[in-house]
Design a protein around this ligand. Sequence first.
Ligand SMILES: Cc1ncc(COP(=O)(O)O)c(C=O)c1O
Length: 485
Amino acid sequence: METGRHRPHGLGSAGLGLHVLLCSSLLLNAVFFTRHFLRASPTTTTPRLGDDGLSWALQAAREAEAVAAADCSGHGSVFLDGVAGEDGKPGCECNSCFSGPDCSVRTRNCTADADSGNPLFLEPYWMRHAAASAVVFSGWHRMSYTTTDGRFHSVELDRHIRRLHRAVGNAVVDDKYLVYGSGSAQLINALVYALSPEGNAASPPASVVATVPYYPVYKSQTVMFDGREYRWAGSTATWANNGSRNSTKDFIEFVTSPNNPDSALRKPVLAGSSAIVDRAYYWPHLTHIPAPADEDVMLFTTSKLSGHAGSRFGWALVRDENVAKRAIFYTEQSIMGASRDTQLRILKILKVILANLHSKEDIFAFGYDVMRSRWRRLNAVVSRSSRISLQKIQPQYCTYFKRTKEPSPAYAWVKCEWEEDVDCYETLLAAGIISRSGTLNEAGARYTRVSLLKTQDDFDVLLERITDFVDAEKHSRAPAGSSSI
Ligand SMILES: Cc1ncc(COP(=O)(O)O)c(C=O)c1O
């Protein structure tokens, strides 16, 4: 009985216990399920998993691949941020001289636009390396102003830039500080600021100079920011022969090597000046590399290295800590460091370049072949002309390729030889070629720059127009006394 009495009682409390256990188990499961799904998907829709387990990246990948696969007849591209058409999707953006919805219509007798240094000659390389160079990141990736250790600089990018210079052998990096800029264009003024005497009345402002023909932005930026610390003082030729070494002590000299526009490897002209050596084109696809550059202040840019001009990324290698600090201070004041998104993209690009050095997919071998072929073809046409000439460049030994290389310059520096062609820019324009007048480089109107860096379509049209121009010479009257080349 006791048992009997106890039994119902015992059974009753066991049932209650079981009930509580079941309820708490259900509750716990509900909590786990909710937490699991809320974590896995911050969005309201639950994404389907791809074969490889990807979830939120799939949509972005599909969008990126869809635009890249669009058919623009090989004469244009669709971009993710292109202007949406009637179907709500971005359409083809055609290369110059092509039009139509799929860029298949070639404009007859089209003017060749050889003005800008847009480095699209490398676009086919990145199409070949689509998988390795794509960057995918989440909507919440590095939202902070800063990256690792509270810095504006990506430490990994710093490491890869140094690795690249060492592997290519084009710059000594071990005793240098790195300064990042939004394009090397931003660093032009940052470095002038950093090298100028601090703004106190005791020291005269620094004089900023460059040798003709020079990259016009050195002047336009310096003039724009002219202040107590520095001012534009014109060509080095004005100061080089005045005898006194001291008189150029407070000078900041821009040296571009290889030079834009004529590709010459240059050195500072003024003794005692602080030189900013712009090495934008000092990569083995655009020049031979005689030795690693080791100047106190050097400028580089991805625009001419990898062709990613639109990412706006450049860097300076600076020996002196104080000069580097002042340049970094400048970039922090103006933009709080280069875009973190850009730094990430450039890191990926440099990884691809590094992984392929000296292989059959070497970017420098690819770029060199394209640029050498353009230079050869242009020279073959211009060598038949007495009306225009190009700069002379000799084959030179390149330490990167370990052989003597033919020239592969970024620009043709065209001189009009006929006496009547006083404005070479206008002469070429009349022949359907847009160039960049030598007046902008202080070299005079006899010269004009023709860019060879653009798309293959741009180059092909340029060669057509130059060929027409040279062929038409026999019908034009060469004035007596004009030099022949
Ligand atoms: C000599 C030189 N320096 C600097 C730049 C600017 O390059 P970035 O695109 O990095 O601003 C250019 C661009 O053409 C250049 O030719």
